[in-house]
Design a protein around this ligand. Structure first.
Ligand code: PNS
Length: 240
C-alpha cells in the first residue's frame, strides 16, 4: 500500500490502527531519539528507514567522541615543578578520558619555588602535544571547581603505599562533599615511583642533576631560577 506522508485522509485501511497511522502517515517515531524521514513513501520503505535509524542511533551512542557521553576528568595539583611522573600520569589519563583538565591550585598553603604563572606556563608547554588535555587554575574547593567544569572524575597518582593514606583521606572527603565526583587512581611508570616535586626541588637547589626526572624545559627553568646569577633564586637568598 503506498501512503504518501501528509496526503493521508485518515480513511485508508491502515489508518484504523492508530499506531500504524502515526508511523506511516504522521511520521511519529515510536521511540525517543529515532531519526524520522521527512517523507515516507511506502510502508516497507518507512520500516527500513526506522530500522536504519535505530542502528545509527546505537552506533552514535557508542562512539567515544559522542558529545553526550564525554567524560571530563580533573588532574589537580600544585606542580612545583611539573615532573616526568606528572607527565606520565597525564598521558595515561588522556588515553582514558575524553578531556583531561590539569588544574593548578592557585593559592596553596605551601610557599612554592615557582610562581603560579611560571608553573602554569611550564604545564602548558609540557602538554601542548596532547589534544584532549587542557591546563587551568582553580581556587577554593576542588569539588566545586569540578562541578563548574562538568567533570565526573578526579585523577590522582599513587606511587607507593605511603601515598595511599593521604590520597584515601582526600578522596573520601571529596566524596563526602560531593558524592557525584569519583576519584580515579592511576600508577605512574615504575621509573617514577620514587619521584616527587619536593625531591626535584631539593636536588636542584643542592646542585644535583634532575635530567631524567623532569621535562627538558623544566630543567632549564630550574637552572635559571637557581643559578647564582639569578637575584631571586632561593639559593641566592639563603646565602645572603
Ligand atoms: O599536588 P598536591 O599538592 O598533592 O595537590 C593537592 C590538591 C591541590 C589536590 C589539594 O590540596 C586540593 O584539592 N586542594 C583544593 C582545596 C580542597 O578542595 N580541599 C579539600 C580536599 S579534601
Amino acid at each position: 500500500m503506498a501512503v504518501v506522508h501528509g496526503e493521508c485522509d485518515g480513511n485508508d485501511q491502515h489508518c484504523r490502527d492508530k499506531w500504524t497511522h502515526d508511523r506511516r502517515c504522521r511520521n511519529v517515531a515510536p521511540q525517543a531519539g529515532m531519526i524520522v524521514a521527512p517523507k515516507a513513501r511506502s510502508g516497507l520503505e518507512f520500516d527500513l528507514h526506522i530500522w536504519a535509524s535505530r542502528a545509527a542511533a546505537k552506533v552514535l551512542a557508542c562512539l567515544p567522541g559522542d558529545p553526550l557521553k564525554r567524560v571530563i576528568a580533573i588532574y589537580p595539583g600544585t606542580f612545583d615543578p611539573p615532573t616526568n611522573g606528572h607527565l606520565d600520569l597525564i598521558r595515561r589519563g588522556s588515553k582514558i578520558f575524553d578531556e583531561l583538565i590539569v588544574a593548578l591550585l592557585r593559592n596553596s598553603e605551601k610557599t612554592p619555588l615557582f610562581t603560579h604563572d611560571e608553573r602554569f606556563s611550564m604545564l602548558k608547554e609540557c602538554v601542548s602535544e596532547l589534544a584532549n588535555v587542557k591546563v587551568d587554575s582553580f581556587d577554593g574547593l576542588l569539588v566545586d571547581y569540578a562541578m563548574r567544569k562538568g567533570a565526573k572524575a578526579v585523577l590522582r597518582g599513587i606511587r607507593a603505599v605511603s601515598d595511599y593514606e593521604y590520597e584515601l583521606q582526600m578522596a573520601l572527603m571529596n566524596r563526602k562533599l560531593d558524592p557525584r565526583l569519583e576519584t580515579i587512581f592511576m600508577m605512574p611508570a615504575e621509573a617514577y615511583s620514587y619521584l616527587s616535586s619536593r625531591l626535584v626541588r631539593e636536588i636542584a637547589m643542592l646542585g644535583g642533576s634532575v635530567h631524567d626526572l623532569v621535562p627538558e624545559l623544566v630543567e632549564t627553568r630550574l637552572k635559571q631560577k637557581l643559578s647564582p646569577g639569578a637575584g631571586t633564586s632561593k639559593v641566592a637568598q639563603k646565602r645572603r
